[in-house]
Design a binder for this molecule. Structure first.
Ligand code: G4P
Length: 533
């Protein structure tokens, strides 16, 4: 083993790369800040997301997101805890950007599923969990806002088990029902209780003290009795943490707390270090895998333009999968075998754009000057590697886009091409409509707002959008295109997706798709990966 592969193996073993998934408002920003503050990565709460006018990731078009209180872009936070390096990747909070979320989840090894104690599982939690299951990502659960009235702990566990077919294994258990939290029991150390005292107003971190079981029984009375009984009940039911089933995505360790008062946050952070898997060998397209100590390889999971308004360029977010990434080295782009110079490698933490000279498996690097790179690209050094392509979601909303000012056609074409490459929307074309009127396809309609805003502000090419009455897309072939072109009865059309030349048959509803299937039994008509099931 040479020095580089030894370093890659050692550093990979102390990396934990994860994301927090939740429904909007469950407390993701609050938890992210609390985690980072705990690990002392940032000194000022609010440095991460730029909510409510706080300092944040700078980009002019992100003003729109801020105004709407959503976060479309991903920042990556890196901090140390207990000798480990934690990489926390942010995911967009809004359901309309599930494609982006999917891509981010392709770059993590574990997810923390955040649940609001009063609301339980919500729509977006379900969708994001589906993505984790699909990718085989182990999930740690954090039940948040226990400082407020909410549902029963056992009822919430039942919901996780019955809806997600995921065995909840509590690692911490609350003393006091939601709204009356006095402390937590660590299931692995039930002989003591961690008591939290919040300061009036609640904005500050609660103080933590350790009580013996005897003291807890004296001070907390029935709450302690009930908590220990519930925990015993759960343990008798086999709800103890089990590494094998957790890593296989069959069980989830559960934590309780209140991110806003910092309750339970340290225990969660410890759990990420102790329980979340370190980066491991990664599957390759066409079989085999790339070990972490193999020569450098990395996966581009996100491409984003104009993160820095004073310097318009494109940044590719690269997750290092194996070996050592060294800034300044020249690596190979797998898709065409061409060299790529890594001179402009930056950290992607909030506003900080300092250079990254070296990175290890699990780390994320922002590659500037990345005009040539696309989402899903593999970069490697030494032995070639190609990671499986990133799946594209089935679009459910379609709109014809045209330049509002015909004199700006050049800018229009350039802008649409760039947004397509970044994966902001899918761009479809047909001979019938011509290239001055491509069709935009989106999983969520808010993607169109991003297109309109960016076309006007970045490319000075305002657009007009005309919604099309289609809501369903299927992959088809030349026979399908020919048939649908001829049919006078079936409502729908066939368009070519620019990104991968896939032919998509689009229909208003599944009834039209079914008539198509009956009329053209020899044509291909395959479902695409569904974002909304
Ligand atoms: P998000 O990123 O998931 O959308 O959620 P965010 O952290 O912005 O939190 C949403 C709201 O929930 C915020 O209140 C936040 O303070 C609150 N919150 C987060 N964690 C906890 C918790 O543990 N307990 C309680 N009681 N509240 C919590 P807000 O009123 O919308 O905003 P703010 O003015 O308080 O920032």
């Amino acid at each position: 083993m040479n020095a580089a592969s030894a370093a890659a193996a050692t550093e990979a073993a102390r990396r934990r790369t994860f994301a927090v998934i939740s429904h909007p408002d469950a407390g993701k920003s609050t938890l992210t800040e609390a985690l980072a503050l705990h690990a002392r990565a940032i000194t000022e709460a609010g440095a991460v997301h730029g909510k409510s006018g706080r300092r944040g990731v700078a980009s002019d078009w992100m003003e729109m997101e801020k105004a709407r209180g959503i976060s479309v872009t991903s920042a990556v936070l890196q901090f140390e805890h207990q000798e480990c390096v934690l990489n926390l990747l942010d995911t967009p909070g809004h359901a309309d950007f599930s494609e982006d979320t999917y891509r981010v989840l392709a770059a993590v090894d574990c997810a923390v599923m955040l649940i609001d104690a009063a609301k339980g599982l919500e729509e977006q939690t379900r969708k994001l969990f589906d993505v984790c299951r699909h990718r085989g990502i182990p999930v740690i659960t954090f039940i948040n806002k226990w400082d407020r009235p909410g549902r029963e702990a056992l009822e919430l566990l039942d919901e996780i088990e019955s809806e997600f077919r995921l065995k909840p294994t509590p690692v911490t258990w609350p003393v006091g029902e939601a709204g009356y939290l006095s402390g937590l029991i660590d299931a692995r150390r039930p002989e003591r209780m961690l008591r939290y005292t919040r300061t009036p107003g609640g904005a500050q971190a609660a103080t933590e003290e350790v009580l013996s079981a005897e003291q807890a029984a004296l001070d907390q009375g029935v709450d302690w009795e009930r908590a220990t009984e519930e925990l015993e009940l759960l343990q008798a039911d086999g709800a103890e943490y089990d590494e094998e089933s957790f890593l296989a995505g069959k069980s989830t360790p559960v934590f309780f707390g209140a991110a806003v008062s910092n309750i339970g946050v340290r225990l969660l952070l410890d759990a990420v270090v102790e329980l979340a898997p370190a980066p491991g060998a990664r599957e390759l397209e066409g079989g085999g895998e790339r070990a972490v100590d193999a020569p450098f390889s990395g996966l581009v999971f996100k491409v984003q333009a104009n993160m820095d308004p004073s310097h318009r360029d494109r940044t590719a977010f690269l997750r290092v999968c194996s070996g050592v990434f060294e800034r300044g080295s020249t690596v190979t782009r797998a898709v065409n075998g061409k060299p790529f110079a890594t001179k402009y490698a930056n950290s992607v933490f909030g506003q900080d754009r300092s250079s990254v000279d070296i990175a290890y498996p699990g780390d994320v690097v922002g590659l500037g000057n990345a005009g040539a790179l696309r989402v899903g690209d593999t970069l490697y050094a030494g032995t070639p590697a190609v990671f499986p392509p990133m799946p594209t979601f089935a679009p459910e909303h379609f709109a014809v886009v045209r330049p509002a000012d015909i004199g700006r056609s050049k800018q229009f074409r350039r802008g649409i091409a760039q947004l397509d490459e970044e994966g902001v929307v899918q761009v479809l074309v047909s001979d019938l409509r011509g290239d001055q009127a491509p069709v935009l396809a989106a999983v969520g309609p808010m993607q169109f707002d991003v297109v309109s805003h960016r076309m006007e502000n970045e490319f000075s090419a305002p657009v007009r959008l005309e919604m099309l009455p289609y809501h369903l897309a299927r992959a088809t072939d030349a026979a399908g295109a020919e048939g649908l072109g001829r049919s006078r009865i079936i409502r729908g059309e066939v368009l070519t997706r620019v990104r991968d030349k896939e032919l998509l048959a689009v229909f208003p509803d599944r009834w039209q798709a079914a008539s198509f299937e009956r009329a053209f039994p020899d044509a291909r008509l395959d479902p695409l990966l569904a974002a909304h099931e």
